[in-house]
Design a protein around this ligand. Sequence first.
Ligand SMILES: O=C(O)/C=C/C(=O)CC(=O)CC(=O)O
Ligand SMILES: [Ca+2]
Ligand SMILES: [Mg+2]
Length: 377
Amino acid sequence: MFDAETLPFGVFTALDRPGVRRVGVAVEDRVLDLSQARIPHPALFAYGTLDPFLVSGPEVWDRVRSALLEGTGGPYLPMSEVTMCLPYTVADYVDFYASEHHATNLGRLFRPGGEPLTHNWRHHPLAYHGRAGTVVVSGTGVVRPSGPHLEEGGTDPVFGPSGRLDFEAELGFVVGVPSSLGAPVSTAAFADHVFGVCVVNDWSARDLQAWEYVPLGPFLGKSFATSVSPWIVPLAALADARVPVPSASGDLARYLREDAAWGLDIGLDVRLNGHTVTRPPYRTTHWSPAQMVAHLTVNGAALRTGDLVASGTVSGPGAEEVGSLIELTRGGEEPIVLPGGAERAWLADYDEVAISASLAGGRYLGEVSGRVLPAVG
Ligand SMILES: O=C(O)/C=C/C(=O)CC(=O)CC(=O)O
Ligand SMILES: [Ca+2]
Ligand SMILES: [Mg+2]
């Protein structure tokens, strides 16, 4: 349950007005209906999407948050009576690769015999462009993808359902204010553009990915679905959670330098069919959110309202801190055993993956979940 100060924003429907999308704020076990609340800038909340609020910028974000912190009379609905929707129009989705532990682990598994970290990794954040149109809200079923992939020992691909379906536990940063084409966004300007944080599961089909990713990067192996938590936690609610990032001590290109480069002391908890299987710590992530946005725009690429900038898989140094099954099971070689005895090298049909986030002190920041559905055809 969210506390009374986090005040995340989302979009919901409820049976008192069936099918009508409304903007809301979560306050403990209730949802404040912003389409009818007495708050500053009410017109921003009249359209059933966060888009107008996101674009309105930090001064408006702060004014609304201050009014909410002072308290408003309602109306409120019980959290148990609302259905959450994708809260904003996802513009572009970019997925970084900012965790050194994850990048090292995947390097060993995908490129055995080579250097685990590629030479470019330490010089700047690496990323690929994902598929915004298949970003789905928590609770949406994820159909097992099909595509070309190699079978064990084969040299030519077969076409069929992925046998190596995985999750990736990540944090997402949601862009509010766009930037101009041709004008890089400095690390100092991060908070002028980015509104808040959500939890992300970047579902990945490892067999499809391994076959296709050289030389252009992930495509079908990751584009079928990316799940996001429905409540966007404002950065303003996370000021006390800032921690230094490892990259702060490195010798960096000027555009990546950041006064007091900060990450967040957020812990993730990944549950498979209700059982915690790993607890990835975001605080160990090498590249900061501001460095990711500076890198994404350094060539002049513009930000758009609704851009989702994901951290990449969050993996800590410990064996039970990694953010994906491929790491937990060492490429599928060492299946995990769930309480009750079920083994998983990869996700099975009808498995449910839930990833929740909280601060070191326990403050809840949201959850993304999704169930695997059988392949079509
Ligand atoms: O090392 C690779 O070739 C692949 C890495 C990934 O699958 C990770 C990716 O999606 C980025 C991330 O989540 O860190
Ligand atoms: Ca990813
Ligand atoms: Mg994806």
